[in-house]
Design a protein around this ligand. Structure first.
Ligand code: GTP
Ligand code: MG
Length: 325
């Protein structure tokens, strides 16, 4: 199988680079620099800051990594256009929200839902999971789904209710939704890498991370660890985006907002992770509570869609437009 094939190649170890001893290798690995590419694209200053290696030595390490790294290839515009033609859209259950998103959540992109507790992020993730399993003629992808659950909020009972509301067989739906608990941020990063392995056995067009930021937020408190947190989060986001691009999959992530001014630069409606998450997420949707089970979704910072708002309804049956006035 593929897993065995991988073992045949000698895996890269940071010690393989000239001038890197055991202690330096350990420091680099701890800072998340355990791959040639990550080292190759680092700046000497950043590498020095997070690993404690002197800047001159860091520059030499980077130069060596560049020699060995597979930096990838150029693609023709034609190839990129072809890939973009394959983009599909996953409906949310709410026509209002789909319209706001230009038809639904796009594959080959990351869509981030952020908002305070109870704003409906986890409910939307459950609904997307159900929708992705639906037949294509019903707007679904007819594929399996991966969920990385960091807060232990996945509820199969919610999937059952939502599947029944869509006229689906709840047991068949549950079988297609693969959930992994992530116990800390490193575990979460590893699970995102493992997601690619899952695609060998299952056809997957939706990857969910709920929540993207909670572990990072609790593990990296205070200003001192902010740079390291942002670097890990950045790496994680790029892994997720790569998964979406390679597999023509939707990547949906959730993020909380908080009033902690030291992390959120004073803005209580700012999502965690600041510009790192913002620049990598292609679509960002801000959710806020309204009366009853209503929620207001606002599209923020989209590359080509107009900003706007949509009202959605949370209910036992899942995400809908509710009764329109
Ligand atoms: P955090 O993860 O705490 O940040 O919140 P969240 O944004 O993920 O909130 P979540 O999606 O868990 O939303 C919770 C809200 O969904 C509740 O306040 C309920 O209004 C609604 N909800 C959840 N389950 C049900 C249900 O079975 N029936 C109905 N009617 N509403 C539900
Ligand atoms: Mg939640």
């Amino acid at each position: 199988m593929m897993a065995e094939k991988k073992k045949e190649e000698k895996p890269f170890s940071v010690e393989d680079l000239p001038g890197v001893g055991e202690a330096t290798a350990e420091k680099l690995r701890e800072a998340g620099y355990d791959e040639l590419m990550r080292l190759a694209v680092a700046s000497p200053k950043d590498l020095s800051e997070v690993s404690g290696v002197a800047e001159g030595a860091a520059a030499k390490i980077i130069a060596a990594a560049r020699k060995f790294a597979d930096v990838g290839n150029f693609e023709t515009g034609e190839e990129i256009l072809q890939r973009r033609k394959e983009i599909k859209k996953l409906p949310t259950g709410s026509k209002n929200l789909d319209e706001l998103l230009g038809g639904g959540l796009e594959t080959q992109a990351i869509t981030e839902f952020y908002g305070e507790f109870g704003s409906g992020k986890t409910q939307i993730m459950h609904q997307l999971a159900v929708n992705a399993t639906m037949p294509e003629d019903a707007g679904g992808f007819n594929t399996d789904v991966l969920i990385i659950d960091t807060e232990n909020t996945f509820r199969p009972e919610r999937i059952v209710s939502m599947a029944l509301a869509k006229g689906l067989d709840p047991d068949e739906t549950l079988k297609r939704i693969h959930v992994a608990r992530a116990y800390n941020s490193h575990h979460q990063i590893l699970l995102a890498e493992k997601a690619s392995e899952m695609t060998k056995d299952f056809h997957i067009r939706l990857l969910i991370v709920d929540s993207l930021t909670s572990h990072f937020r609790s593990e990296y408190m205070g200003r001192g660890s902010l740079a390291e947190r942002q670097q890990l989060l950045n790496r994680h986001m790029h892994d997720l985006l790569k998964f979406g691009t390679i597999n023509n999959a939707v990547v949906a992530v959730t993020n909380q907002v908080s009033a902690r001014p030291d992390i959120f630069f004073g803005d209580p409606t700012a999502p965690i992770g600041g510009h790192i998450v913002g620049h990598t997420a292609t679509f960002r949707v801000y959710l806020r509570k309204s009366k009853g089970g209503k929620r207001i979704a606002r599209l923020v910072d989209s590359p080509y869609l107009p900003e706007g708002e949509a009202v959605i309804q949370l209910s036992e049956d899942g995400i809908t437009d509710g009764v329109q006035a």
